[in-house]
Structures are given as structure tokens and as C-alpha cells.
Write a protein that binds this ligand. Structure first.
Ligand SMILES: [Zn+2]
Ligand SMILES: [Zn+2]
Ligand SMILES: [Zn+2]
Length: 338
């Protein structure tokens, strides 16, 4: 095989899904699962070690009493996507590929190594949400990028490499398949009923009540009717809005409250829990020829929290069919009561 620095996106011709092939290939021995090596002493994400990371993209101040930042954004250490260059979409025999253009950032959620934002208080969690919002607004301006996903890996089983509290951001030149499926489903429902499916789900969950974990002034958290994983929990804004970055000041404070509460409930129910969460927002709303015309009406941003309580088996991989050992009604009851 010729030696090249691959680093490209390839399209699966059967499923229409893109995969990112990294440069510097890993040998089989590089996949050995190593024990977590980072600790407070060796962590360069902690406050006071700013010079040891790449130049900062943005930060929010800790306020008057604090001598340091509250949140800080830096480029990812091992980027999957590269910021510089052109997409250069092209054929490769029968296949399609393009350059791996995009952005990968690390959002450091706390200056202290062992203080999580949900434990530090609502002001810190509000700043984390404001940081997410500012990065989304900034990246939406890049016409090469179609989508920005903000996600969190907490705990080794959830893919976390660092134990410092952080989230990730990945901006991609294509809309991820999972998001496209949601956009298509929402669009189809809207075409049929002329109503937003998420607004209908909120009304139904509030009417039935048995899957609701928590309700605040502007948000509702519930275990979805057909969850994929036990204790899967969603947070959805009551105000219809397709894009997370359009969240207002009052909603930021309210989201900080409900997100902190749900995370604390999950951690109380499952000490040492590993989980992922992500924000599903509209694709970058740049005018394009294949733009969704009804996107503003049919899509509704939301957060999905996925506790990693079970390993995915051959059945799930092979069928895309999920088995729930705890019903969403039982899961939400446990979470309401902890
Ligand atoms: Zn640290
Ligand atoms: Zn809606
Ligand atoms: Zn979603």
C-alpha cells in the first residue's frame, strides 16, 4: 500500500453514511486499552497550565471574585477534521470522498479538575451553555460547514479520554446521518399534520405525565416513549425553535437548572455513571439550493442524554433494534424520586 496521509471522508454507498479516515494510521497494538493515565497532577486542562495547550479559541471570565476563566475553548489535540483547505468532493472509482474539512474543539467546563459544572452551581452551568451557544454562532458563519454537533463523553465507557470536565464540538461538511434521519422524520410528520412533531410530543408527555422526569418554566425532561437505552433522558424546550443558538438569556438559566438536575439525578441513581449527551440542533442555516424550506417550522432542537449502562450486543448491531430492560415509565419514576 502506498504511504499517504489519508485524512478524508468516505461515503458508504449503501447507507449514505460518511466515515472519517484518519491520517497517521494506528497499528493493531495502538488499540490496546490503556488504563486512565490522566490525573490532577498531569492534567494540562486545569487552570494555570494555559501555556501548555494550543492557543485558546475563546473563554468566559470567572467574574470579579475569580482570578481565572470559567470556561475555555481550545482546538482538539487529535483533530478528525481540519480547519484549513477546500472540500474537493470527488469520485474514487464507484465511491465518493472529500477532504476532511471541519472543526474539532474541546470546551473546558471548569477551571478545577474535580469540580463538575453541575456541582459548582447554576452560574457555572449557564456559562457552559453560553460557551456552546457562542461557538455554534461563530461556526455557522463558515459556508463549508453544514453541521455543528456539541457532545459530551463522561466516563471511560462513554469514550472519555480526560477526567477533567469537558465537552466536545465537531463541525462537519456534511449533515450526520443520524441528524438527517431526524430532520427527514420531522419534515414528513409536518407535511402530514402541519404541526411540529416535537411540540406534539411535549403536549403528549405533559398530558400523560408518566414519562416526565422534571418540568421547569421553559423546558421538559422525559424518558422517550421508545427509548433506545434504559434511562435515556431528553431535555426539550417548550418554545418551538429549530436552532439551539437562538436560546435567550432566561432560557439559558433555565436549561442550566434542568440539565444540572437531571445529571445529578442520574449520578445519584448510578454512582460512577458513564454517559454521553449531545445537542441536536438545525443544520447551519446558510441559504443553499437544497435547503429545507420548512426547517424553521418542522424541526425543534433538543438534548439527548444516554447513560451507558449496557453494552451494545450483536442483536442491536445487526438489527438496529433495541431492547429495554427498564421501561421509560419505570425509569422516569426512579429519576423523579431520587
Ligand atoms: Zn484538569
Ligand atoms: Zn416544535
Ligand atoms: Zn435528536
Amino acid at each position: 500500500m502506498e504511504k499517504t496521509d489519508l485524512h478524508e471522508l468516505r461515503k458508504d454507498p449503501l447507507l449514505g453514511r460518511w466515515v472519517a479516515v484518519l491520517g497517521q494510521p494506528k497499528a493493531p497494538s495502538d488499540y490496546a486499552i490503556s488504563p486512565a493515565t490522566d490525573n490532577e497532577g498531569s492534567c494540562i486542562l486545569c487552570a494555570g497550565r494555559e501555556k501548555e495547550t494550543a492557543a485558546e479559541i475563546m473563554s468566559l471570565s470567572g467574574g470579579n471574585e475569580s482570578k481565572t476563566w470559567a470556561t475555555r475553548v481550545i482546538p482538539n489535540f487529535v483533530p478528525v477534521f481540519r480547519v484549513e483547505g477546500e472540500l474537493w468532493r470527488r469520485g474514487d472509482g464507484m465511491y465518493d470522498k472529500m477532504n476532511s474539512i471541519g472543526a474539532n474543539e474541546i470546551i473546558i467546563e471548569s477551571p478545577e479538575h474535580s469540580v463538575r459544572p453541575e456541582d459548582k452551581g447554576l452560574d457555572q452551568m449557564s456559562k457552559v451553555i453560553r460557551t456552546y451557544r457562542e461557538r455554534m454562532i461563530d461556526l455557522e458563519k463558515d459556508p463549508r460547514l453544514r453541521y455543528t454537533l456539541i457532545y459530551k463523553n463522561s466516563g471511560k465507557e462513554a469514550g472519555a479520554v480526560y477526567s477533567h470536565p469537558l465537552s466536545h464540538l465537531a463541525s462537519t461538511p456534511v449533515i450526520p446521518k443520524r441528524v438527517r434521519e431526524e430532520l427527514d422524520g420531522a419534515k414528513e410528520y409536518f407535511a402530514y399534520k402541519e404541526r411540529c412533531i416535537f411540540c406534539d410530543i411535549i403536549r403528549e408527555e405533559l398530558r400523560v405525565g408518566s414519562r416526565v422526569i422534571l418540568e421547569t418554566r421553559h423546558f421538559i425532561s422525559f424518558c422517550p416513549y421508545a427509548s433506545k437505552f434504559p434511562f435515556e433522558s431528553w431535555i426539550v424546550p417548550k418554545r418551538h425553535c429549530c436552532a439551539f443558538q437562538d436560546i435567550d438569556r432566561e432560557e439559558i438559566e433555565d436549561l442550566a437548572l434542568i440539565l444540572s438536575s437531571v445529571l445529578k439525578k442520574l449520578r445519584t441513581a448510578f454512582p460512577g455513571l458513564a454517559f454521553n449527551y449531545f445537542i441536536h440542533s438545525a443544520p447551519n442555516r446558510m441559504p443553499r439550493k437544497d435547503h429545507w424550506h420548512t426547517l424553521g417550522e418542522d424541526f425543534h432542537w433538543h438534548m439527548e442524554i444516554m447513560p451507558r449502562l449496557m453494552r451494545t450486543s450483536g442483536f442491536e448491531w445487526g438489527s438496529g433494534f433495541y431492547i429495554l430492560p427498564t421501561s421509560p415509565e419505570h425509569a422516569s419514576k426512579y429519576l423523579r424520586e431520587v
